[in-house]
Design a protein around this ligand. Structure first.
Ligand SMILES: [Zn+2]
Length: 136
């Protein structure tokens, strides 16, 4: 148990090295829903690599983090923010947003409509598939 905790702390410490650059990148706004004036923290998008990877990290608010990880707590209306997130300049945020949209489109007509606007380039679909496979 203690070992797991140490591991967790070591990981947090490594991640905190990204903090400054992530804060700069996100401009104090949740990179998913755009909320500002709320606590943001570093979220590692699954599948999580063995070594922390800056390009797989994002700054998310608690609400987004919780709803990504716990589908039962998902408030579909919150995810109307995908309207903006699918256009994110940050590849990992965009990929996660599209993967979430694919989930929501199974339940929500607006999500289905929004799917038609998704514009993917290069090998973005590959990353989306990897994320979708991990997404609950
Ligand atoms: Zn958020």
């Amino acid at each position: 148990m203690a070992k797991g905790l140490d591991k967790h702390q070591a990981r947090q410490q490594e991640l905190s090295l990204f903090g400054k650059d992530l804060v700069r990148r996100c401009g104090s706004q949740c990179e998913m829903c755009g909320a500002s004036g709320v606590p943001l923290s570093i979220y590692e998008v699954a599948p999580v690599p063995s070594e922390p990877d800056f390009d797989r990290c994002a700054m998310f608010c608690d609400s987004c983090r919780e709803q990504i990880d716990y589908p039962k707590r998902r408030d579909n209306n919150h995810w109307r923010c995908l309207n903006g997130a699918i256009w994110s300049q940050v590849p990992i945020v965009k990929a996660l947003a599209v993967a979430m949209l694919d989930k929501l489109a199974q339940q929500e007509a607006w999500a289905k409509d929004l799917q038609e606007q998704v514009y993917l380039e290069g090998d973005e679909q590959q990353e989306i598939d990897r994320i979708a496979a991990e997404l609950k």
